[in-house]
Each structure stands twice: as structure tokens, then as C-alpha cells.
Design a protein. Structure first.
Length: 300
């Protein structure tokens, strides 16, 4: 597969209790291609807060069967406060170029998309789940994930689906997915959804993807990665845990200049996830995958 379309948009987010749903300005030819089964298109997105705030943003894709895809944007705060935020949303359409259009971006790379369906019902409820993505190979594989919903209603609109990748002792790469309810302020059962993993194995410019290491600082309680101030575009990023079953649910907070690890202590006193979480998150526990197509990454 290849990148069929890519865009960065400014978005004014009016912070309410329900998430914002952003319509995508998709060109007609790309929209038509998305509807063709042979193109097998997927949407990946990332969100960055350009203002200083204590909360952090995550996104999911809403992809109804007979409508254009949209982006569902959640904000998580310790204390809810209505306000307006200025966000940058970066999104891309990945699929097969069934029209053999030479104008599409960058031909000399390998992109693969793995699909993992998570189906739940009254008898199969769980707060978290590990999904097998692929065996670990000698190739330099990196991963970016996105949860995708087919519907958005009262049963799932307040659920924030998070994830990170794990390299297991059995030489497999897994996606650890979990769900947090912004209404209950606690971890909750996962909804039914599809998790897509973008596997990057051979991009034509190696400076546009790779692995970043976290730093520790006395100023920040959690590990962080800092960018140069001229690096103003959102990046597709994912966490990777170095050890299986060592860390519970972890989020990433991405701003223009920094990536920070965030964890949430929910309000449920008997939450199994919170009980089993480590007391301290170290920079050695995680690394960060990044994918910044068509750009060079600048680090401090």
C-alpha cells in the first residue's frame, strides 16, 4: 500500500463533555477511491494541541459503511473545564493505487496494514486485550495504530480507546488495547471496534521514521521527548513497551515541541488495572515509534 492522500488541518476544538467529530475535507477522486473495495483504504490520524493545557488529546476514526470517514477527537482532563483549544490534525489515506496514478506520494517504500477485529458482547467483557500483530523479524519494522469505529452512539461515544505495542518473549509484536470512560472517570469495558496497525518496513527516506528514546528530568514527573522549535508538524507516534506485562494503560500527550507519557488514575477504588500498575514509569520501560512522511525530524 501507499499514501494516497495526506493533509494537516487546523481545528478549533470546543471542549464539551462529549467528543468532537471532525469532518474530513477529502478530494472527490480520493473519496471515490475510498469507496472501492479493491483500493482497501484506511485512515490514520494524529492530533496535537498547540496551546498549553493540562489535558491531552486522542483520536479515533469513525468509518460508517455508507458515509465518508470522520475523526472522533477526545480530550482527557483531571478536572473538566469548558474551553476552546487550537489543534492541528494530521491525517492520511493509505490504500492500493488501483488507478496507477504516478502523482501519488513516494513510490519506493513498503507499507502494510494489519487488521484486528475486537468483538464484544454481554459474555465477553474486558478492560484490556492483547492483539497479535505479526512475528518479530529481522527487518526494521515500526508500527502506528488507530482504533476505528463503525458507529458512534451513547454506548461508545465517551469511551477513549488507547493502545501501545509490546514485543513479547515469544518473538511476537502485540497491540495492548484498553478503554477509558470519560463519563465515569474510570477504565471500562472495550467496545466493539477494529484496530488497524500500519507496519512500516522500508521507507525511502529513513530520516522520516524510526525509534525515539525518552528522557527523564527533575522538571517533569514522566519521561518525555523534546523536539526543536522549528518542528511544527504533528507526527504519527506510538509507544512500544520493552517488556511484556510490565506496564498497564499508558497514553501519549503530543504537543508541537514535546511528547510526554501520561497515565490516568481512575476513580474506581477496586480497579484491577490501577492496582496492578507500576508505581513509577521509567524511561527504560518504553520507546516511541514515529512516522513523519515527507519530513525530516528535528530533535533537541
Amino acid at each position: 500500500k501507499r499514501i494516497l492522500y495526506s493533509k494537516i488541518e487546523d481545528f478549533k476544538y470546543q471542549l464539551e463533555e462529549d467528543p468532537e467529530v471532525m469532518d474530513l475535507n477529502i478530494p472527490t477522486n480520493i473519496s471515490e477511491m475510498i469507496r472501492q473495495e479493491d483500493a482497501d483504504c484506511n485512515i490514520f490520524a494524529t492530533v496535537v494541541d498547540t496551546t498549553k493545557s493540562s489535558g491531552f488529546f486522542t483520536c479515533q476514526i469513525l468509518c460508517p459503511s455508507k458515509a465518508d470517514p470522520r475523526i472522533v477527537i477526545h480530550c482527557t482532563q483531571k478536572r473538566f473545564k469548558k474551553r476552546q483549544c487550537k489543534l492541528k490534525i494530521r491525517w492520511m489515506v493509505i490504500g492500493y493505487d488501483i488507478n496507477f496514478n504516478y502523482k501519488f506520494l513516494d513510490h519506493n517504500y513498503q507499507l502494510d496494514v494489519r487488521k484486528s477485529d475486537v468483538s464484544v458482547n454481554a459474555s465477553t467483557k474486558f478492560y484490556n486485550k492483547s492483539l497479535d500483530i505479526m512475528p518479530v523479524t529481522t527487518k526494521r519494522n515500526l508500527f502506528v495504530g488507530i482504533p476505528t469505529l463503525s458507529t458512534l452512539d451513547s454506548s461508545n461515544k465517551r469511551l477513549i480507546i488507547g493502545h501501545h505495542f509490546v514485543n513479547t518473549q515469544g518473538n511476537k509484536t502485540q497491540a495492548y488495547v484498553f478503554s477509558y470512560c470519560s463519563e465515569k472517570n474510570s477504565y471500562d469495558n472495550l467496545p466493539s471496534f477494529t484496530f488497524y496497525t500500519l507496519v512500516i518496513s522500508n521507507y525511502n527516506n529513513p530520516k522520516t521514521y524510526g525509534t525515539l528514546q525518552f528522557k527523564n528530568s527533575y522538571l517533569f514527573k514522566k519521561p518525555y521527548i523534546e523536539f526543536c522549535k522549528d518542528s511544527l508538524k504533528p507526527k504519527y507516534v506510538s509507544l512500544c513497551s520493552m517488556e511484556e506485562n510490565k506496564n498497564g494503560p499508558i497514553f501519549l500527550k503530543q504537543t508541537i515541541y514535546k511528547i510526554r507519557i501520561k497515565d490516568i488514575n481512575c476513580k474506581s477504588k477496586d480497579c484491577i488495572i490501577c492496582i496492578n500498575k507500576p508505581l513509577k514509569i521509567s524511561k527504560e520501560d518504553f520507546s516511541c515509534y514515529f512516522f513523519d512522511p515527507h519530513e525530516r525530524l528535528n530533535l533537541n
